[in-house]
Design a protein around this ligand. Structure first.
Ligand code: TMP
Length: 214
């Protein structure tokens, strides 16, 4: 791999993408020579983690929807320039837990903000950088929310507390997105057992990397 490779992990809350991402690293590291880094949005670096705290604070119930969007976008910009782009330049495999598609799915389809404005803001914040590959972990909202409520170790954030209807809109937004950008986004059935989901994700990433190396 010469130029680095960016894989984003997307999905509704409770899809299990974070556990999959963590489990993939040692398995992928056996196969690829390049260094692998994992990171997340919003967050991943000090400034963006602070923005994350502001966005997800359960007490911030009065946060305006456009303010929320702009904070995600600001966190994205700083994280990209400070961490993601330098890692890609160094030829690393970067696995990022959420990226541009989360804003489209949550603030666009979920909150109902203008999707063309979100596309523009994403483009502006990333200078047009898109993931080389996106894994979309699809799970029905009821299952996702049930998993969250049973996972005592997981932080409960402001967006988790949204109504089921918002989570359903987010999921159907992701499904549309995956359909529209099928050359970049691969859908994985995240309602299966964790082991099976990890295995599916591993195969998809590996075959994408093999294609680049050819
Ligand atoms: P996480 O729980 O996967 O770490 O993500 C935190 C929450 O932020 C999750 O509910 C999804 C949400 N989110 C957005 O609404 N828009 C975004 O652009 C991003 C990156 C996350």
């Amino acid at each position: 791999m010469k130029k680095g490779f960016l894989v984003s992990f997307e999905g509704p809350d409770g899809a299990g993408k974070t556990s999959v991402l963590e489990a993939l690293v040692p398995r992928l590291q056996e196969k690829v020579d390049d260094a692998i880094i994992t990171t997340r949005e919003p967050g991943g670096i000090a400034i963006s983690e602070k923005i994350r705290d502001v966005i997800l604070d359960v007490e911030h119930t009065n946060m305006d929807e456009k303010t929320e969007l702009l904070l995600y976008i600001a966190a994205r910009r700083q994280h990209l320039v400070e961490k993601v782009l330098p890692a890609l330049k160094a030829g690393k495999l970067v696995l990022v837990d959420r990226f541009i598609d989360s804003s489209v799915a949550y603030q666009g389809y979920g909150r109902g903000l203008d999707i063309s404005a979100i596309d523009w803001l994403n483009d502006y914040a990333t200078d047009g950088h898109k993931p080389d590959l996106t894994l979309y972990f699809d799970v029905p909202s009821e299952i996702g929310l049930d998993r969250i409520s049973k996972n005592a170790e997981r932080e409960v954030n402001r967006l988790d507390l949204e109504a089921l209807s918002m989570h359903q809109k987010v999921r159907s937004g992701y499904l549309k997105l995956a359909n529209q950008e099928s050359n970049r986004v691969v859908t994985i059935d995240a309602s299966q057992s964790l082991e099976k989901v990890i295995n599916d994700a591993y195969q998809v990433v590996l075959s994408a990397l093999e294609k680049v190396e050819k």
